[in-house]
Design a protein around this ligand. Structure first.
Ligand code: LLP
Length: 418
């Protein structure tokens, strides 16, 4: 496969330079279609909310809008991008454990539809800002259901001491939040939210989550005087990175969630009218490829290195999570394996290894190394470490390319410096 989206890989590398992040737009579209077509129900209103932290830019947000999806933002910056993309802000869910007063002000002014409140102090801040205005906002309360999905420990977010949400065991805090939401008709307390982790392979985790969420919503409605009608189950659906990964097909997870939701809701007299999911990674990861140019090859006693012109600055995931990736050399897919290579980035950090060991044909200076499945949390977690400019991001579809984020120049790097 020397093509991405019907376009020759070397030609993309030549046109945009390397490193470069390339998205096969048809894969993005297929994923969006899969989610929106499968997460449908006769019983509930269903919403697919794209978690834009996985990859947030105006072009991506326009695609989301085309498929009728909602949008999860977690900062003023993500919100601003959506606003500037012309996205309908009433479909935005604003997340985060420490939304600043300015960010809340901005969300209200932009007409953000839903704020997912993380804690009691945030509820107070929101109440103070909204009570004497004409704004109205829907609110979900982020709870910590205490379910730990089996995934990498750094990205589990729902253990009991998580910084996110209020634990279901912490009744006092939850009652306090309920009281605050109830004290103004500018706020509609619509539902509960939870997110139990990322890169989750276990369908059962969602079954447990649905049970817990419906039970807790019912408990709140009967004991805390709420009228909750919605449950947001967060994201976390796994993507395929390497042969070791066996993600549950999207259709199957959706069916499981819908089936369990209907069963659980019936148990409690059907108070819930709306269910939501928030996939990020599973929409963008597999559509993305990072292109690098190989520089020098170095042999050490135990390794054969191929150095590339990017690294942890454009993809921190291998260094941060020991995340594993597959890769190939453009144009050499049919060649025989020559050796196991370590793919090392160019950052001044010995941990900047993109791939520890991968069998490849003979790698030469000037080759284009293509790392697969880099579409989620790659560009979005990129940094300027070592003052490396951020790469371009390109969408390719049916042989046609369009730049969605320009490659930074050195002047960009110093543009704010005095
Ligand atoms: N909703 C909420 C509230 C979240 O916190 C997240 C991700 C998502 C949805 C989307 O989760 P996804 O479907 O993408 O798994 N940087 C890490 C992943 C951090 C995920 C944080 N929250 C990584 O690169 O693996």
């Amino acid at each position: 496969m020397s093509e991405i989206g019907g376009m020759n890989i070397q030609a993309i590398a030549q046109k945009y330079g390397t490193p470069c992040v390339v998205y096969d737009e048809n894969i993005l579209r297929n994923r969006l279609r899969e989610f929106t077509e499968n997460f449908r129900s006769d019983v509930f209103q269903t919403d697919v909310i794209y978690a834009s932290k996985a990859f947030n830019c105006k072009a991506m947000i326009s695609l989301i809008s085309e498929y009728g999806c909602g949008l999860d933002v977690v900062s003023g910056g993500e919100l601003y991008t959506a606003y500037k993309a012309g996205y309908d802000c009433s479909k935005i869910f604003f997340h985060g454990n420490n939304k600043t007063p300015d960010e809340i002000r901005m969300a209200l002014a932009c007409g953000v539809g839903t704020i997912v409140v993380d804690n009691v102090m945030e509820a107070e801040e929101l109440l103070n800002q909204i009570k004497d205005t004409d704004y109205h906002v829907n609110v979900f309360l982020r709870i910590n259901p205490g379910i730990e999905a089996h995934t990498h420990k750094y990205i589990v977010t729902a253990h009991v001491d998580s910084k996110f949400g209020i634990s279901v065991l912490d009744e006092e805090e939850i009652r306090e939040a309920v009281k605050l939401f109830g004290s103004t008709d500018r706020i509609t307390f619509e539902g509960l939210h939870a997110h139990i982790g990322s890169q989750i392979f276990d369908k059962q985790a969602y079954t447990e989550l649905v049970k817990k969420m419906f039970a807790f919503a019912a408990k709140m409605n009967s004991e805390y005087g709420t009228s909750l009608t919605a449950v947001n189950l967060g994201g976390g659906f796994a993507a395929y990175y390497t042969k070791a990964d066996h993600p549950v097909p999207i259709q199957e997870v959706c069916e499981e969630i819908l089936k369990t939701s209907a069963e659980e809701n019936a148990k409690y007299g059907n108070p819930i009218k709306r269910i939501l999911i928030e996939p990020g990674r599973s929409i963008v990861a597999e559509a993305g490829y990072n292109l690098y140019t190989v520089g020098y090859i170095k042999k050490t006693p135990n390794r054969l290195y191929a150095f590339v012109d990017g690294g942890m600055s454009d993809n921190i995931r291998p260094a941060l999570y020991q995340a594993e990736y597959d890769a190939f050399i453009a144009g050499k897919e049919e060649e025989e394996v020559f050796a196991d290579y370590t793919i090392a980035g160019k950052c001044c950090e010995s941990g900047d290894l993109l791939i520890q060991s991968i069998p490849l044909p003979e790698v030469k200076k000037g080759d284009i190394l293509v790392m697969k499945t880099t579409g989620a949390y790659g560009y979005s977690m990129a940094s300027h470490y070592n003052k490396l400019p951020l790469p371009a991001a390109v969408f390719v579809r049916n042989g046609e390319d369009r730049c969605v984020i320009e490659r930074e120049s050195y002047d960009h790097l110093i543009s704010l410096e005095k």
